[in-house]
Design a protein around this ligand. Sequence first.
Ligand SMILES: C[S@@+](CC[C@H](N)C(=O)[O-])C[C@H]1O[C@@H](n2cnc3c(N)ncnc32)[C@H](O)[C@@H]1O
Length: 280
Amino acid sequence: MIKYLNTNFNYDEKFVETYDEAPLWSSIFAQLLFENINYEDHISIIDLACGTGFPTFELAQRFGSNCKIYGVDQWKEALKRAEVKKFNYLVDNVQFLECNAENIDLPNDSIDLIVSNLGINNFSNIENCLKEMNRVIKNNGKIIITTNIKGHFKEFYDIFEKTLFEENELNLLNDLKNHIAHRGTIKSISKKFNDFGFKKIKVKKKVIKYNYFNGTSFLNHYFIKAGFLDSWKQLVGKNNLENIFKKLESNLNKYSNKKGKLSLSVPVLYLEFVKNRPVT
Ligand SMILES: C[S@@+](CC[C@H](N)C(=O)[O-])C[C@H]1O[C@@H](n2cnc3c(N)ncnc32)[C@H](O)[C@@H]1O
């Protein structure tokens, strides 16, 4: 009997729990990934910074059961969730490893491909992570990353800058510039990878629009609060926090009123590298 013909899902509470679970934000980046990745047979893949298993299960199923996928993340609770998905989806070529990207629990030269969807800009020490990736990946093995780069939420940051100026927070203007510059460019990211033995072989970029009714709906969106708001609060500091955010929200709303919506640019980048030398 063909195995897939014999699949019987229980469409019960446990199945439903994970049925609709991939953040829209992550999916946009993964879309570019799955459009451009080369599909190969019999390879070993790490999904680095896999969170709750995205895009781990997509990789596992799209590449097929001859491939082995390791989902690596240091977030214990997220991996627990990923295990529930593994049970629900009946996918068995996936193994999750709870570890830091700086210290991956796999042997030297054992991996053909590392994929990281929205991972690298979350690593606190990217250099250590790159060194570790170089260790586990085979010679001529590949790394594919997707990430957002400079230009991310440009319209929002322009209004943030104007707000700080209006509030006479001139010291913070410099902090905001550094915060924006912290996001890489194709050139700066490629150079980092190059320094750690990886040569750039493919670049794909598109700019999508993330739209909201206005600043209020944007600032109250759970994903914006979970993913971005803390870094903006830290930038502003405790003094004058409420005033600055009141003014920022009002400026965003004025802008949205004029334009008919708050439309934010998000550059989505796909970069592929090949390992061309070991780094010790
Ligand atoms: C923005 S999420 C991306 C998750 C997933 N890949 C996706 O596309 O939705 C970033 C992930 O990086 C993980 N992370 C951050 N620093 C890490 C590190 N040093 N080692 C392993 N995982 C790390 C976080 O735990 C989180 O799951």
